[in-house]
Design a protein. Structure first.
Length: 162
C-alpha cells in the first residue's frame, strides 16, 4: 500500500493513529464490560478485584507497544491533554468499576471514582515498566502479578473498614 492510498482511507495521521491505537483499546474495554456486568453473580469483591487486575495485566502485557505509542503521543499532543479521553470506552470501563464498588460499599472511605483510576494506573505502570522496575531475579511474573493483586486489594479493602 502506498502512502497516497493510505491517506485515501485516513485523511490525517491523527485519524490513522486513532484507528490503529484507540479502536483496539475501545474494543477491549467494551468486551470486558460486556463479559463482566456489575452484578455478575455471587463472586466476592476480592474475586472481582483479582479478575479486574488479572485481565488488565494480561491486556497491558499483550498491547504494551501500542500503549507505549499512546503515552508518547500524549507527550507530543499539540491539541492539549487528550490521550486517554479519546478512548470513549475507558470512561465506561471506569464507570463499570465504580458501579461494582458502589454496590459493595455503602459509605466508602475512598471515592470509587478515584479508587478505580488509581487501580488502573497501578496495573498499567507495573506492567508497562516491569523490566525497568523489577530487575531480573527479584520476582517471577506470577509473584509480581500476585503482589499487584494484593496491593490493589488492600486499597479496595480500605472501604470495608469503618
Amino acid at each position: 500500500m502506498t502512502e497516497t492510498q493510505l491517506f485515501r482511507y485516513f485523511d490525517s495521521k491523527a485519524k490513522l493513529f486513532h484507528e490503529t491505537i484507540f479502536k483496539p483499546l475501545d474494543e477491549h474495554f467494551l468486551k470486558f464490560i460486556e463479559q463482566h456486568p456489575p452484578d455478575d453473580g455471587p463472586a466476592s469483591i476480592r474475586e472481582k478485584a483479582n479478575l479486574y487486575t488479572s485481565e488488565l495485566q494480561r491486556f497491558v502485557t499483550e498491547h504494551a507497544e501500542m500503549l507505549t505509542s499512546l503515552v508518547v503521543a500524549q507527550i507530543y499532543d499539540t491539541d492539549g491533554a487528550q490521550g486517554m479521553r479519546r478512548i470513549s470506552s475507558l470512561n465506561r470501563y471506569f464507570t463499570h468499576g465504580e458501579s461494582v464498588l458502589i454496590k459493595k460499599f455503602e459509605e466508602p472511605r475512598v471515592n470509587p471514582k478515584l479508587l478505580v483510576r488509581v487501580s488502573f494506573v497501578a496495573v498499567l505502570a507495573n506492567v508497562m515498566f516491569k523490566n525497568w522496575i523489577f530487575p531480573p531475579g527479584i520476582a517471577t511474573d506470577m509473584e509480581i502479578r500476585d503482589a499487584i493483586n494484593d496491593f490493589l486489594w488492600e486499597g479496595i479493602s480500605v472501604n470495608l473498614r469503618k
